[in-house]
Each structure stands twice: as structure tokens, then as C-alpha cells.
Design a protein around this ligand. Sequence first.
Ligand code: ZN
Length: 179
Amino acid sequence: MSEDLTLVLKAAFFSGEKHKKQRRRDADETPYINHPLEVAYILLDEGGITDAPTLAAALLHDTLEDTDTTREELAMIFGHEISNLVVELTDLDSVLPDQKKQRELERAYNLSDKAKRVKIADKTANIRDLATMPPKNWDIKRQIEYFNFAKKIAEATASASPELEKVFMRDYQTFKPKQ
Ligand code: ZN
């Protein structure tokens, strides 16, 4: 069994444990772990990304923001490269909710290439899910706003992978809600 495969499955298992009590906001209340799994699978299957730390960081990308996981814990279990990637993908500053999106966009331009790839795959997963299983209380206006925001993030991160840019843009055009 390769070390890479062990690392990726270990990250999937760890993330599943950490998110085990969380649900997504769609009507079915899908288990939260489906989201990081989807992001990692988009990277591998559609982006051709086989770098194990990138796939592990995708699986772990919401653990710092949304669970009790600490940076030290990630560094100890997965090493510094992966913990640093997850830190890059986490908004740890306390900003007002309405400033969050602007902050995320500013940060997106300065991410490392590996973090940019996770970020664009994350936004691809989000618009795909928004189109197929939207949060219960999101009206069409809010959905369109999110699509526009996701496109800005995609533009800020696309330089790191032409394949992932293509996948995002195809889904953006396919799924963007019409008013
Ligand atoms: Zn995400």
C-alpha cells in the first residue's frame, strides 16, 4: 500500500470523524463530509491532480474553520505542508459576515498554487451543489449572488490549473440560475 494512499485515506477518516455531527443545509441534510470528499474527487478525477498533500488538504479544508481541530493537531498528524495548506484555506480572522466574501476574494489571489487548486475545486463543488441541492432557505437572488462570487474566486485562482478552470467555467455556464 503506497504512502500517498494511506495519507489520503487517513485525511478522509480524520475529516469524517471531525465533521460527524454536522449536516449540510440542503433539504436532505446531507452529511457534511460529502462536501470535502466531493472537492478531493473533483481535483483527482476532473483536474488530474494526484499530489497527495493537495488531496489531503482538500479533505481537511474545513476542519479548522468548522470543527474543534487545531493547526497543531493537523501539523502533528499530517505534517507541516498539509497543515499550512489548510491554514491557507481557512479564514481565521474575525471579520463581520458581510466582509467575509471580500476577504476571501482578496486572499484567493495570494494563495499558493496547491491551495488555489483546492479553492477552485471547492467553488466548483459549491456551484454544482447549489444547482442540484440548494440550501433550504436560499432564494434565486441569493443563489445568483453566490454564483457571481464563485466566479470571481475562480478567476483569482484559475492560473494554478487550466483543467480545473475549464471544469469550473463549464459548470458555471451549465448551472447558473436564470432570473
Ligand atoms: Zn468547502
